[in-house]
Design a protein around this ligand. Structure first.
Ligand SMILES: Cc1cc2nc3c(=O)[nH]c(=O)nc-3n(C[C@H](O)[C@H](O)[C@H](O)COP(=O)(O)OP(=O)(O)OC[C@H]3O[C@@H](n4cnc5c(N)ncnc54)[C@H](O)[C@@H]3O)c2cc1C
Length: 403
């Protein structure tokens, strides 16, 4: 039924793994090449929204995601100094819109790992670690991909190539596609601690703290042992180097300033990330596509980047399946770029930029207005639901559906 040439996927992060599984489940041969020796387990995405849980349900992954994660229906925004609750939103109001009226906090390395395990059940799917996609050449009927491994450089022919190789994507660069947008001057510092904030924040594990000097965010995840970890996210200060931000004394002081407690914080991970708002000028060139962070990057406030990337992966796998089975003409593939690109700008870039702006707002009058607007939204049932349909990407999925 299919061309013997596999779909080649560059990058075995969560988006590459999901794209591969969505293709393999349709019987399409697929080969994933991952540059690193193992799945990256740095603390990055955890928040998995309703629209994505629906997709993971279709892929047979949702039960494990829920089992290894943490269900959280609410999120709260606070004033940091003095500490005051501004507003609480509750995804429970979406109970008639989704089977999953909450988020699941499940770390992205768990999702990638469980997806790769499922992928291994398909004989027509393969996943190679320590295999870096270095270049590509396109032909009318195939794409040749240069893969570097310890054994040497190999050329693999595929029917299509999906670049799921992250924000610094080699595939995007090889295709000479611009990554349009900007990089924030500050980096984001993520401190992970075994200290439990449960006594104060146990009722809601997703919290944002607005502040003119130093906003921050506090989230709970289950951790690998299921015992629970809290992540506190801060922006770096103007002129602060990575070494200064990661210094033990600075780390302790930042945490104590946020939440004073007796004794030092046990910090198990400290990570610094550059933060961008960028969208690739095209998500497709010929037989090569971009999905996930290779196509778009954004600040993590709202937890949208990976969610949208997973939506890219399944939408593209569906289109490729239809075209490869001869159920749709090849031009159908154009719709991937035509729909996903503007959707990312409208739902992911706009929301994450607005979320960051609100948290860091310096003008007291504007903060006051923003807070009043958020409170009015939360107090009105129709507006509350509308806000969360957008925040959970359910709106984006509904809009993405062909008429
Ligand atoms: C602090 C933080 C918190 C976040 N929180 C959230 C959240 O709660 N919710 C959310 O939706 N998003 C969140 N994000 C964003 C999320 O982490 C990313 O969107 C996500 O990692 C994208 O997945 P990906 O598979 O596209 O890329 P990546 O996770 O970057 O994976 C790319 C993979 O490709 C491999 N690779 C790179 N180059 C090559 C090559 N040439 N050949 C082969 N392999 C290659 C890499 O080794 C890597 O394994 C957060 C990000 C940060 C920094």
């Amino acid at each position: 039924m299919f061309s013997p040439r596999p779909v080649i996927i560059a990058g075995g992060g969560p988006v590459g793994a999901i794209a591969a599984l969505a293709l393999a489940r349709q019987g399409i041969p697929v080969q994933v090449f991952e540059a690193e020796a193992r799945v990256n387990d740095n603390p990055r995405a955890a928040t998995t929204h309703a629209a994505t849980l629906e997709i993971l349900n279709d892929l047979g992954l949702v039960d494990e995601v829920i089992r290894r994660g943490l269900i959280e229906p609410k999120f709260r925004t606070w004033n940091r100094e003095p500490r005051q609750l501004i507003v609480e939103f509750d995804f429970g109001v979406l109970k008639d819109d989704t089977r999953f009226p909450y988020v699941v906090q499940c770390e992205q390395h768990k999702l990638a790992t469980m997806t790769i395990e499922r992928l291994r059940q398909f004989p027509h799917a393969s996943m190679a670690f320590n295999a870096r996609v270095a270049d590509l050449v396109q032909f009318e009927e195939r794409v040749d991909v240069k893969v570097e491994t310890a054994a040497g450089v190999h050329t693999i022919s595929g029917s299509y190539l999906i670049g799921c190789d992250g924000g610094r994507s080699t595939v995007r660069k090889a295709l000479d596609i611009e990554f349009e947008g900007y990089t924030h001057p500050e980096r984001f510092l993520v401190l992970t601690t075994t200290f439990s904030f449960d006594t104060t924040y146990g009722e809601c594990s997703r919290n944002y703290f607005a502040d003119a000097n130093e906003w921050c965010a506090l989230f709970k995840v289950t951790g690998d042992d299921g015992n629970g970890l809290w992540r506190v996210l801060f922006p770096t200060r103007s002129g602060e180097t990575d070494a200064q931000a990661l210094d033990e004394g600075t780390v302790q002081q930042r945490l104590q300033n946020f939440f004073p407690k007796a004794g030092d914080y046990p910090v198990v991970h400290r990570n610094i990330y550059n933060v961008h708002q960028r969208v690739a000028a095209a998500f497709r060139k010929g037989r090569a596509f971009l999905a996930g962070d290779s196509a778009h990057v954004n600040n993590p406030l709202g937890g949208l980047g990976l969610n949208f990337g997973i939506h890219d992966a399944v939408e593209l796998a569906d289109l490729l399946g239809k075209v490869m089975r001869g159920e749709a003409p090849a031009e159908t593939l154009d719709s991937y770029d035509l729909r996903r690109r503007p959707l990312n700008v409208e739902y992911v870039q706009q929301q994450t930029i607005a979320n960051k702006k609100r948290l860091e707002e310096k003008d007291p009058a504007v903060r006051e207005r923003n807070n009043a607007a958020l409170q009015a939204t939360a107090a009105d049932p129709a507006a509350h639901r509308a806000y969360l349909l957008r925040a959970s990407l359910i709106d984006a999925v509904r809009k993405a559906k062909p008429a």
